[in-house]
Design a protein around this ligand. Structure first.
Ligand SMILES: CC(C)(COP(=O)(O)OP(=O)(O)OC[C@H]1O[C@@H](n2cnc3c(N)ncnc32)[C@H](O)[C@@H]1OP(=O)(O)O)[C@@H](O)C(=O)NCCC(=O)NCCS
Length: 164
């Protein structure tokens, strides 16, 4: 599979915002309300918000399949050992083909001596939970997060211990 990757710069943020709009509006329709999707897209994927995240240490990476952008992810860390996976998305029509697994392994291999990766995932998002289990994550905690506008994220906190 001809997958290539690019560490994103501010010039790439419109691609990430565009991909997010496409993926979220197809993937989350069965999981959260349309209003919550719009609210979260504005909150986390406006160019201003993405620029702010990037300036606050979120490292964005884009994945390309045969030269076309098919996925994006972002990570941050406070200690270059323990990482938080903020975003991890693959185009809906390209899912379940092994792209996500390769993308995750590529990003982990690009980290210098990582110990753990942690993330939050919606408890209804079973396909992603299955993916994370398949890739060595476990559920560490059940947690609900108030994200404003009376919206709450009902999540699992999952973590992967990385053995190098
Ligand atoms: C989660 C995600 C990044 C995984 O990437 P991917 O390229 O689909 O994953 P892979 O093909 O490497 O792994 C496939 C495994 O993931 C799970 N999975 C992923 N997509 C699935 C789907 N559409 N239906 C069922 N299982 C799915 C299954 O466990 C699958 O294993 P299988 O092929 O043995 O059934 C991708 O599916 C995605 O972007 N989903 C929508 C957004 C999302 O939920 N992101 C995570 C937010 S925390």
């Amino acid at each position: 599979m001809n997958l290539t990757y690019k560490k994103a710069t501010e010039n790439d943020l419109p691609i990430i915002s565009f991909l997010a709009e496409k993926i979220w509006k197809r993937h989350y329709v069965d999981i959260i309300s349309g209003e919550q999707i719009e609210y979260m897209l504005n909150k986390m994927y406006s160019l201003a918000s993405l620029r702010d995240q990037m300036q606050n240490g979120h490292q964005f990476t884009l994945a390309y399949f045969d030269g076309s952008p098919v996925g994006y992810m972002s990570l941050s860390t406070r200690d270059e050992k323990n990482y938080f996976l903020h975003k991890f998305y693959v185009e809906v029509d390209e899912q379940s083909k092994g792209i996500g697994t390769q993308f995750l392994n590529y990003v982990i291999s690009s980290l210098n001596d990582p110990k753990t990766i942690e993330l939050t995932v919606n408890r209804q998002n079973f396909k992603a939970v299955n993916f994370y289990f398949k890739n060595g994550f476990i559920i560490r905690e059940v947690a609900d997060f108030d994200i404003g506008n009376a919206f709450v994220m009902n999540d699992f906190i999952m973590v992967k211990k990385i053995k190098k």
